[in-house]
Design a protein around this ligand. Structure first.
Ligand SMILES: NC(=O)c1ccc[n+]([C@@H]2O[C@H](COP(=O)([O-])OP(=O)(O)OC[C@H]3O[C@@H](n4cnc5c(N)ncnc54)[C@H](O)[C@@H]3O)[C@@H](O)[C@H]2O)c1
Length: 235
């Protein structure tokens, strides 16, 4: 997508990641924040309502779909509406509204069952360890299909362990090696919205941690993501 003014719809904008990144997104973007929970500056949008999604996406350049239930121990009834039905409604509405870029929040949980100690690559097929990870694998498959079959190009972000502050030594390695800081989360979304030259890509969403649960090289190449934070060092 060409640089410059963009209209970007965020779903799940009242959540932790949406709240943290909103003030850090490019100043020349027009950001329309939506969520099931309304708040100051956030409009009501239930992502399971396809017609409402379509109305909300009309005229937008990109949709960044963050809405969901981010719980690795959640059961099917809890996950089905937002993570499965909602992802589909958002993707279909993005196509119907003529949006050019759809960014889907996947998770490193989609590849959590890879062999012990092995750094995940973006080319790895999903290997979830829980039903939440399966719903993220669904979102990635959905994105691959939409990217291949429509004019909407899709980035699926395998987000790591988002946390507002740098994890300390007491934090479990599996979280520390996957830390995503707020400013890197905003940079990730900037890159995912503006990158060019593909129908569908999977990208890894962690900071520039010294020790990494997942590879960043391919993501930096594919979408021009430039993280700056490191869970092992403050800057
Ligand atoms: N936080 C993390 O470390 C992490 C890691 C990997 C992936 N993710 C993914 O990133 C996204 C955002 O995560 P978060 O930590 O901000 O989660 P969050 O729970 O803080 O925010 C999710 C938001 O989605 C909204 N939502 C739920 N159902 C909805 C519906 N039907 N319609 C509209 N909005 C709805 C909630 O109201 C909430 O504000 C999620 O999809 C999550 O699975 C998060």
């Amino acid at each position: 997508m060409a640089q410059g003014l963009r209209t970007v719809v965020l779903t799940g904008a009242a959540g932790r990641i949406g709240t943290a990144i909103t003030p850090l997104l490019p100043a020349d973007w027009q950001v329309h924040r939506t969520d099931l929970r309304t708040a100051d500056g956030i409009d009501a949008l239930d992502v399971t309502d396809g017609a409402a999604c379509r109305r909300a996406f009309e005229g937008a350049d990109a949709v960044v779909h963050l809405a969901g239930v981010p719980d690795p121990s959640a059961d099917w009834p809890a996950l089905l509406p937002a993570n499965v039905v909602g992802a589909h409604q958002v993707a279909q509405a993005a196509v119907d509204a003529g949006v050019r870029r759809l960014v889907l929040a996947s998770s490193v949980q989609a590849v959590a069952a890879r062999p012990e100690g092995r750094q995940a690559r973006v080319t790895d097929a999903p290997r979830p360890q829980n039903l939440y990870g399966v719903t993220k694998a669904w979102a990635e498959s959905l994105g691959a299909w939409i990217g291949a079959a429509t004019d909407v190009s899709v980035v699926a972000l395998r987000i790591g362990y988002f946390h507002e502050s740098r994890p300390d030594e007491a934090t479990a390695d599996r979280e520390r090696t996957a830390w995503l800081s707020p400013r890197d989360a905003a940079e990730l979304v900037r890159a995912a919205v503006t990158a060019d030259g593909f129908d569908f890509v999977v990208a890894h969403g962690i900071s520039a941690n010294r020790y990494r649960a997942v590879d960043l090289h391919d993501t930096m190449q594919a979408i021009g993501y430039h993280p700056v934070d490191d869970a092992w060092q403050s800057r």
